[in-house]
Design a protein around this ligand. Structure first.
Ligand code: NAD
Length: 471
């Protein structure tokens, strides 16, 4: 992304904030404090090139709001990352955490590298050095600032970060909580990898159950049979596409940077992923037609899920979008001028800071697990199962009718960590959806994005007011 495009991204976030703020009545200065970024650490460090010589790497960590600690947000590896993009993403994190009632402030990090062009060894060196720099400046720690994966990073990088942090803090019992999105063996939590995509699925399902909203866009209720297009098959997009398909929708288009594929009869997401793993691309998938990457955004469908990067729908191309609902799985996929065009066309946008909050929600669960040093479900699972078994036995002897093995298994099953994580996520996405809809009903002239900002700003304002910082 060019500097001017990401400048647009920060402007977009600020414009969206201002639009929501115009509906609110708070003391002077409070809204400004909620809007601005509290601190940004920009730094450079040298790494030895594998072919010889040195390269200077540019990196950032922005802590947008310290109204709650720790602050939290992903780390992005991309050759296009820049300060304004990191600032925009950090701000979105603050509002996202507030929307889903995760008690963190927002943050974001970035390293200007192309991970696809760097060896694993070099990536590890850069990641460890980045962590050391954050440690020196107190920009990381389980009670200070807790990074997570984002575009271009995953569990492997989080594992390197946790290990480097622990080396600088020997004996710190909560050190493992300095980062989330770790592999399971390194203090990660079951369900984190899929969490953002699963949250996208829950959010889309909520929208498709909202009869009042569906009447406005002219869609029937339910996910079954809805035609869906997904752009970007990385962590978020691939899982979102799979869950949405399992929920009964028909995936009619999938897009990656190398090209896109379409089939009105439906694409099997798992088979497409397998095809990509084998051939290196999604194009050439049996039964589908190949189209240019961007054209997937303009396919005839009910729900479009941009899950790649920001600013893909802009003033210049938004008029071509045919979907009735655009579900922002990526951060900032719709630029402000694109948003205006979609609004004019009556297209409903499910905003990013709600829809992709599944990742931070389950990161919060991972952090809680790390601080409590015990796996969710470990203490109660066996007890729950024994109580349920006793109840089943009493019902069987009272009715004289034994249950089938399957029925008994279902009733007796005690909650595993993943069951608890997924149900906590489902509850979070459902409650947040209804809070946003309530804010929208209170301010009828708002769209879902403005309502989501209002819901977030209200919650943050209350925490400043109750601290007594603003009169
Ligand atoms: P990722 O790197 O795993 O996947 C992104 C995918 O998009 C890649 O497969 C990439 O090839 C593809 N892509 C890039 N440009 C494209 C283009 N022009 N057309 C089609 N595909 C393209 O990243 P991710 O973690 O899935 O993140 C995707 C988005 O979701 C980002 O905006 C990120 O900030 C946001 N997000 C991620 C998480 C998370 O938990 N990973 C949480 C919240 C938000």
């Amino acid at each position: 992304m060019s500097d001017s495009q990401s400048q647009g991204f920060l402007d977009t976030v600020n414009q969206n904030f201002d639009a929501a703020a115009s509906f609110l009545d708070y003391p002077p200065g409070l809204l400004e404090q909620i809007k601005v970024c509290n601190s940004v650490y920009k730094f450079r460090f040298p790494v030895r090139r594998e072919g010889g010589g040195y390269e200077v790497i540019e990196a950032w960590r922005a802590e947008h709001s310290h109204h709650k600690l720790p602050v939290k947000g992903g780390i992005r590896y991309s050759p296009d990352v820049n300060e304004d993009e990191v600032l925009a993403l950090a701000a979105l994190m603050t509002f996202k955490c507030a929307i889903v009632d995760v008690p963190f402030g927002g943050a974001k990090g970035g390293i200007k590298i192309d991970p696809r062009k760097i060896s694993v060894e070099q990536l590890e060196r850069i990641t460890r050095r980045y962590t050391a720099e954050l440690t020196k400046k107190n920009f990381i720690g389980p009670g200070i600032d807790v990074p997570a994966p984002d575009y271009g990073t995953g569990p492997r990088e989080m594992s390197w970060i946790a290990d480097t942090y622990a080396q600088f803090h020997p004996g710190e019992i909560d050190a493992i909580g300095c980062v989330t999105g770790k592999p399971l063996s390194q203090g990660g939590i079951r369900g984190r990898k899929e969490a953002t995509g699963r949250g996208v699925f829950f959010g889309v399902r909520e929208a498709l159950a909202d009869t009042e909203l569906l009447k406005q866009v002219g869609l029937s209720a339910g996910l079954a049979g809805k035609r869906v297009v997904v752009q970007g098959l990385g962590n978020v997009g691939s899982h979102a596409a799979r869950f949405i398909q399992e929920g009964g929708a028909v995936i009619v288009g999938l897009s990656e940077w190398e090209g896109a594929i379409a089939n009105p009869k439906g694409l099997d997401v798992a088979a497409v992923m397998k095809h990509r793993a084998a051939t290196g691309k999604i194009t050439g998938f049996p039964g589908a037609i190949d189209i240019p990457s961007e054209d997937a955004l303009f396919l005839d469908c009910d729900v479009l899920v941009p899950a790649a990067l920001e600013n893909v729908i802009r003033g210049a191309n938004a008029a071509r979008v045919k979907a009735k609902i655009v579900a922002e799985a990526a951060n900032g996929p719709i630029a402000a001028d694109g948003d205006a065009v979609l609004r004019q066309k009556g297209i409903c946008v499910i905003p990013d800071m709600y829809l992709n909050a599944g990742g931070v929600t389950v990161s919060y669960f991972e952090w809680l697990k790390n601080l409590s040093h015990v796996r969710f479900g470990r203490m109660e699972k066996r007890f729950e199962e024994m109580s349920a078994a006793r109840m089943v036995k009493s019902i069987e002897s009272a009715t004289g009718k034994p249950l089938s093995d399957n029925e008994r298994k279902l009733l007796i099953h005690g909650a595993e960590e993943e069951d608890l994580v997924n149900s906590g996520l489902e509850e979070t996405m459902s409650v947040a959806w209804h809070q946003i809809r309530d804010a929208q009903r209170k301010h009828p002239k708002t769209d879902l994005r403005t309502a989501a900002f209002i819901s977030a700003i209200d919650k943050i304002a209350v925490s400043y007011l109750e601290l007594g910082i603003f009169p």
